[in-house]
Design a protein around this ligand. Sequence first.
Ligand code: F6R
Length: 240
Amino acid sequence: MKIIVCENYNEISKEGAKIIADLLREKPDCILGLATGSTPIGMYKELIGMYEAGEISFDRVTSYNLDEYYPIAPTHEQSYRYFMNANLFDHVNIDKTKTFVPNGLTEDPEKEGAAYDAAIEAAGGVDLQVLGIGQNGHIGFNEPDDALIAGTHITSLTDNTIEANSRFFASKADVPTKAFTMGIGSIMKAKKIILLANGTNKHAAVAQMLDDKITTSCPATILKAHPDVILICDRAALNG
Ligand code: F6R
């Protein structure tokens, strides 16, 4: 795993945006795998700035998001569809019909999950997957467990994740207890992965991701088996 150590959050955002911008120039019709959460917000802002400056275009891009709460309506302010529109899609020239987020209202999650993976595969696979990391080592919403699931599926959120995400909701009780997530296999199929992490609260998970073991109790450790992962982090996340 390649590591880019940054001085601060702003630099992490710029490094991440630079990698995406390079891909957009090299392959304008690329497939992006996108993440939500607080970490990539600065990177999305950088990309919006580059687009406004005429440096990059999203007009031929297709995107697939990692996850979505379940059940949740796309119009709900805390849905990941709403987040992506507000933090990126509404501000760049992406064709929204080519932006995909798992359907948080589907009545047939199993079918929806399989169709999501099949659509990614049919589109040619994700060229660049953006990831954050949970304090418990989750990637997407693949939570620590005895076994990890390969394909896109519905999962129950751990109390740790519900607690961490309650900052975005009126109360902890309002956080959905389930979510759709790309599976570990779906994530590992991406041709290239960038993982953004900042702050001491991510240090334990980052340290475990960088040790020499792969364990389902820290899902991010599987990334050691991927040939092209770049960790973009600050010293607090790296060294504690
Ligand atoms: C979001 C996602 C999650 C977050 C993780 C970190 O799409 O898949 O795995 O990346 O929970 O969240 P933040 O960035 O809010 O610390």
